[in-house]
Ligand binder design. Sequence first.
Ligand code: PLP
Length: 445
Amino acid sequence: MKPSYLIKPALDESYPEIDYGKGIFLFDKDGKKYLDAASGAVTANIGHGVPEIILAMHEQSKRVSFVYRSQFTSEAAEKLAEKLAEALPGDLNWSFFVNSGSEATETALKIAIQYWQEKGIKSKTKILSRWISYHGITLGALSMSGHPGRRARFVPLLEEFPSISPPYCYRCPYQSSAPECGYLCAMELEGAIKRIGSDHIAGFIAEPVIGAAGGAISPPKGYYETIKKICDENNILFIADEVMTGFGRTGPMLASEHWNVIPDIVALGKGMGAGYAPIAATVVSDHVMEPILNGSKSIMSGHTLSANPQSCATALAVLEYLENNKVLSDVESKSVYLKNKLVKLKNQFDFIGDVRGKGLLLGLEFVKLPGAKIPFERSMKLTELVVKSGRDHGILLYPAGAGLDGVSGDAVIIAPPLTITKREIDELITLLKATFIEVYRILGF
Ligand code: PLP
């Protein structure tokens, strides 16, 4: 057996070895070129090999890469915290830096519980969430995830935090449509709070646009406004898991801004370091920090590598790159351009049942019988087939939906780097079309 590091062969045993990346492209050791239409795992938001980021990382490493957060702060961490507070809406002013999205949501859970404890309320320890959600792989984050597939092996170790229906309009659990539905899926939150008692609930967590668990499921207008109102009325903190949607993936810095909702706590990750360094953050609003600062003064969490200068300098460079190049101001027009082309593909390939998403976080859901929205049998592994055929044709797609939770359908996420040009979007569509022709051939359609 050849010694290796532990990876999961997601597609097959022939794992290509990447040599280098440039812009929206990756090149493997055999010289094959891949258009990264998924930014890896919706992470490489400004593409690969950006000179400004490489330079900033080099400059920081020449000074100091690591100091222990309990002994020292650093210019990089201070500047990043300051810039983030400026870039985020409302009073989201306090950053707690961690290393992964899972740590960011897990820290959000702990802060929500600590907040109520500092106010003298010890019974508020549950976090409510939604089905078809993914908040991370560590046990606290997985406890909040409405993702039966990923929970299955660890059920005895997980908290059974209650979940409500997601705003999955394509397969509405109430067979209705917004706004006539009166946001019944959001109203489920009120029902759950009544059932459990708000005295026991610290917070409600949601991904503003559902990522891997559902395939870029975006809620109807009015949904988050209703959710936030219910949280406020019941003394429950609203935690936005913006690990995938944050840092401009859908246009604004936070996707929550689309609905004019300012979360009490936000989890950031992925695009924050844009794949150049592991960094994530739990960002807390002034009003949540207040009792903590008046009480035990610090957040009861932390990791050895939290706020290390190397990762902070990288995230700072990413933030400055977004600003200097006005990257976010073009996301909406690129989104419209790409979405229109995806809708045209839907008209040519009727196994595409739904085109959805926000900004450059778009999703395609596949169905066997389009009119009736009948999904493919799971045994067909349609998502895996599409992703593998895509890779063979030189386009990287992010698998989502079915098999992961057994509820949502087969889906892929299309989330290229935000720096993609319109000409490159045309190229993406050409490769996607070739992929679908191949999938149709394999399926015998
Ligand atoms: N939250 C969301 C919405 C995610 O999409 C992910 C990862 O896919 C996570 C949390 C966990 O992040 P990480 O894989 O960096 O631990």
